[in-house]
Each structure stands twice: as C-alpha cells, then as structure tokens.
Design a protein around this ligand. Sequence first.
Ligand code: DP6
Length: 338
Amino acid sequence: MSAEHRSNGSATAVAHPNIALIKYWGKSDEQLVLPRTDSLSMTLDIFPTTTRVRLVPEAEHDEVTLGGAPLEGEARRRVVAFLDLVRERAGSSQRAVVATENTVPTGAGLASSASGFAALAVAASAAYGLDSDPTALSRLARRGSGSASRSVFGDFAIWHAGRPGEADADLSSYAEPVTTGEFAPALVIAVVNAGPKAVSSRAAMRRTVDTSPLYEPWAASSKDDLAEMREALLKGDLDAVGEIAERNALGMHATMLAARPAVRYLSAPTLTVLDSVLQLRRDGVPAYATMDAGPNVKVLCHRKDAERVAAVVRGAVPGGSVHVAGPGPGARLLNGAA
Ligand code: DP6
C-alpha cells in the first residue's frame, strides 16, 4: 500500500507569518532554495493562512485558488511545482484541489508566502501521506518559499543556511526553534500600503546578490548580528534585540539600494514611520523597526507599550492600518476539519 492510501487524501492546515529579526536575503542555490546566510524570526499570532489540500484521483490538472479565486501565472506555477515535488516524494501522480484563505494582504511584504507555503507543506504532506516531523516539514516548506521554513515553528526560529554544494545540501537547510527564556515582545505592524509589490522578493534578492557591491559586507556582518541576537534573546534584552534587528534590516535595504538598478521598497510613509519610531525612543519608549520586501514597518516593543506605540504609528500614517502581534504558534493540521 502506498503512503497516499494510508492518508485519507484530504487535509487542512493553518500557519502564521513570521517576521525576520535577522534577515534572509540572497540564495546560494535557487533550485533548492538554500539561503546565503542563517536567519532568525518571530512567528506572529495574527494573519493566519488556512490551506486545504484534497486529492482528486480523476483530475488532470491541479486546481489552485486563493480566497476563492483561481491563482494564475507565476503564483500558480509555484504552487504546482511544489505539489510536483510532494508527488515525486510520495510516488503519486494524483492531482489536487488546493484552496487557500489568507487573512494578510498578499504580496505586500507581509510574509504571505511564508504562512502560505508553511500551511501548504503541512496540508499537502498529510494529504499525500508524507513524513510529518517538523524538520522534514520545514525543509519541504523551504522549497516553496525560503521564509516558509521558519513558519513551521512558533515563537522564535532560526533557519540554517546548511551546506550548499554538498551531497546533503537539501537535508542540511531547515529551521528549528530558538531558546529565548521568557521573551514575549510585541510587534506593531504598520501597513502603509497593502498593494502588491513592484518587484518580487525572489527577483530582488537575485539582483542584489548579482549586482550590489554592498551585498557581501552585509552577509558577513549578518553572521555577527545573528550571534549577538541569540545572546540578546537569551537574556530577554529588548533593547539589544531591537538594535540588532533594526541595523540588520537597514543594512539589507542598503544592499538593495546599491543594486543595479536599485531596488527600493521603502517609501515616503515608511520613512515617516521610522521617524516616529526614533521619536518614541527619544521619549523613552523602547521601539525598533524592521522592514521586509515592501514599504510596511514592523515595530518591536514591550507588550506594555504596544498600545502607545500603535497610537503613535497610527498618527504617523493616517491612511494606513496598524496591527499588534505577539509571538504565535507553529504550523499545524486542523484535526477533523479536512
Ligand atoms: C525580506 O521567503 O519571500 O522577507 O525564498 O524567494 O520565496 P523566496 O523569498 P521569501 O523572502 C523573504 C525575504 C524577507 C526577509 C526574511 O523574511 O527573512
């Protein structure tokens, strides 16, 4: 009996986005989605993605929907390629119906691909009867989108760059939980523009690695940032965590600004929010910013300060929306909901 016959051919999973405090920017292997550097993130407790995978023995094509609408183009191609990988491993040729519901704006630098491919990895593995240990799921999710490897885990997770070029390269790169003591900060998320980004993070990181003279220095300093970040997390030192996260993110954006042609995700409202974060610090409120492949800003602060930080940030971007997140759970199957 093949693995897929042991499963009931249908599974639903939920996963949350994660925000990197030490960024992943640049691949050493495009096909295997191996990163150039280790990265470290916090999984959120808001904006879950729910994905249902149902095998359809008689179907000739996969059916892929997002929010009820068929996915097309590159987005669909990535999901089908991911399913092909799962099918290859499961020894199956069965097509599937994949239905995803996002609660986060898609493609706006708010990590929808992280929660999306983490949920898909968990649901597809269950539906096709593949290995479901978290390390295997993290490796698999990585193949869909690098940052998804981290959303398999809750709270704080580190994703290892692994050993590119070695025989065990694929096995060597996965995320795992990071020990932090009692550290539970808030991330205040300022959505200054929820529209899709002009350049995908995939294309932008490729251009940065290929053309930016600042890339190698950032990658080297990111190693030091990571070591310091682990110390700071263990101590539960929010100021240190925030300072390291902010400089790591600004450094990543500097590599992009120096790419040829430049990639610039930071917009005028982004800078306005960054100014308000500086002002909060001047006023004695520990608050630190990080930005991903989009104009939105995530502000790290103590939970007790979250409402004050949110109010200040809201005032800085009157047209935007502001959300308060804390550390959230890892990806999981929804039992009985398949
Ligand atoms: C800026 O994981 O979306 O958010 O692996 O090409 O799918 P692909 O890229 P993706 O890149 C995320 C980049 C980032 C930083 C981070 O999350 O570490």
